[in-house]
Every structure is written in C-alpha cells, then in structure tokens.
Design a protein around this ligand. Structure first.
Ligand code: 13P
Ligand code: SF4
Length: 314
C-alpha cells in the first residue's frame, strides 16, 4: 500500500476499534501527524493514564509502551515493533541494579523513565527529563540518592541542583555521541543561533547550551523565543514539530560525524506506517506484564505523576 492509503486505513481502523494513538516526537513525521497525542515521555505517560480508550497504540519505544501498560493494566497496549528498545534501558539490568543497591543501603533509587519495568519495580521514584530537576529538588538534601540509568542526565542534575547523586553508568547512544567540537563549529558558523540540547547529551555539550530541556520543553522554548535560528542537539524527529510550529525559524541539527547527516534513534525509527497498520489490524505485538511486576512498578510512576501534577508540570 502507498503511504496515503496506509494513513487512511490506519485512521479507519483506529476509529473502528476506538483506539488511541500516542506518539513521541522522535517518530517519523507521518506517524507524528497521525497520532492523537504527541509529547515527551512525561506528557505521554500522563495521556496514557488519563485515556478511556481500551486499545492504546504506542508509537514510541518499548519502555514507553510498558509504562502505559503499567498505568492501565486492564487495557490492551500495542506497539508497532516490539524490538523498539533503548540503549539506556539496555544498560541497566534489574539484577545488576539490585546488586548495586546493596552497596548503598540508605540510598533511595530515582530512575529515569528510560528503563525496564523490572528496574522501575526496584525504584522509589521515576522521573523524566521534563520533571527531573523539580522532583530531585523535593527530596530532602540529606537523603542519599542512586540515579539510574542515565549518567549524563544524572551529572547534569547534580550540577544544577548541587547534589551528589550516585550515578549508574548508562548513556543514550544517540545523544552521547554528539561532540563538543561539532557543536562549537556550528556555533562559530552560526553566531546568530541559540544552542538547545536534550539533557541526555554529555556534560561538555550541555555546558555550551543556551537551553537544556526535554523534547516538550525545547519546543516550548523555540516557540517563545524571538531568536530565528537554533542549533538542535537531540534526535532529528523533533525537527518536524519545530518546523511545523515555527515556519519562520531555521533549525540546524548537530550531526554525530561527517558521514552522517542525522541523529536518528535506530529504535524509534523501527516504527513505520506499515507496521503501525499491521499492529492496529492484528492488535499485536502486545505488551504483556505480570500483575506482580505491574503492582510494584506502578508505585514510583504514580508517585512521579502525582508530584508532577502538584508542581504544575502536567
Ligand atoms: P523526552 O521526550 O521525555 O525528553 O525524552 C527523550 C527520550 O529519551 C526519548 O527516548
Ligand atoms: Fe533511548 Fe536514546 Fe533512543 Fe531515546 S533516543 S529511545 S534514550 S536510545
């Protein structure tokens, strides 16, 4: 089927099955445009919790769909490609984290949402790039914290909050390879541009940024800024929304190396229109989790959502 036909069929099936499509900003433009809601991890978790639809189609990566399932155990959560993983989630095995926790018996565990359900079940609080700073600031200063699995986000949070969290050694393979040299070159060539960066980037890049924030926060910053040019240090998918919302502004993507003009997340980009169509048609692949795991993992996620609501973030 051609794209146009696929899109029509996806919409028809979605209406027929009364499903909701949730999409992340790193999805291909066609999927972003067909989604009922697009957002960052925090907004998507919030939509997932609030929806009445019995069938949730998650166009993002596995940990996001898993979070939707944990928040809606009675609903069916499907995603176009079950292989859509995440290097951060892969970096932190639950057994390894359980071992690590033993070394710091008094520490609480704050985990970035980019982790498996098993890791969430071992955590006291979940955070996203959209709420991490606010949430960390609410934890009493004398409370020791293990922060997993993103060491770049963790180091950034330590820097801005003045804390000394113990960091798990994981990175996002897309953001971590953006180098300070590339960013500096682009800054020199584009003196009139502002640099915006996702906190999964390494510290040297973040230090140079004019703004650091989640995908939603970056979009908001661009929209409200009077600047007309932006150097964007994150995954390329977000450029689609930036251009849509700001046709008068220019966006320059920080590419990891000369041979590559893009920073595509290979996991996010596994989802295609064709797979989305098949997934809606057959209602699979489906996220299946045990009740025992859901009951444990939901506690730190709901805690995060409650704290985020109180802080006016969602
Ligand atoms: P946010 O959209 O929450 O900023 O996270 C980006 C991300 O890592 C998704 O993989
Ligand atoms: Fe994971 Fe990075 Fe891809 Fe996000 S961009 S899904 S953090 S690998």
């Amino acid at each position: 089927m051609e794209s146009k036909e696929l899109i029509e069929e996806i919409i028809r099936l979605k209406n027929e099955k009364k499903a909701i499509i949730l999409g992340h900003y790193y999805q291909i433009p066609e999927i972003q445009d067909i989604s009922d809601y697009i957002g960052d991890s925090l907004a998507l978790a919030n939509y997932a919790q609030k929806t009445d639809c019995e069938l949730i189609v998650f166009c993002g990566v596995h940990f996001m769909a898993e979070t939707a399932k944990i928040l809606n155990p009675s609903k069916k959560v499907i995603l176009p490609d079950l292989e859509a993983g995440c290097s951060l989630a892969d970096s932190c095995l639950a057994e390894k984290l359980a071992e690590f926790k033993k070394k710091y018996p008094d520490a609480m565990v704050v985990s970035y949402i980019n982790c498996t359900a098993e890791v969430k079940a071992l955590s006291d609080l979940i955070c996203t790039s959209g709420n991490a700073e606010k949430l960390i600031r609410e934890i009493p200063e004398n409370q020791q914290i293990i922060f997993a699995p993103d060491k770049n986000l963790g180091a950034y949070l330590n820097r801005v909050t003045g804390r000394n969290m113990i960091l798990w050694d994981g990175v996002c393979e897309v953001h971590d390879i953006l180098t300070v040299e590339k960013v500096l070159n682009l800054k020199i060539q584009n003196k009139d541009a502002l640099l915006i960066a996702h906190p999964e980037c390494n510290g040297a890049v973040l230090e140079l940024a004019d703004f650091v924030g989640s995908t939603n926060a970056m979009l908001k910053f661009v929209k409200n800024s009077s600047c007309k040019k932006f150097i964007v240090a994150t995954e390329t998918g977000i450029i689609h929304q930036m251009e849509k919302e700001n046709p008068d502004k220019e966006f320059i993507v920080v590419a990891p190396d000369e041979s590559c003009a893009c920073n595509d997340c290979r996991y996010m980009k596994l989802n295609t229109l064709e797979k989305l169509y098949n997934c809606l048609l057959h209602e699979k692949p489906e996220i299946i989790l045990s009740k025992e795991l859901i009951d444990k993992a939901v506690i730190p996620i709901e805690r995060m959502l409650e704290m985020s609501r109180k802080a006016g973030l969602i």
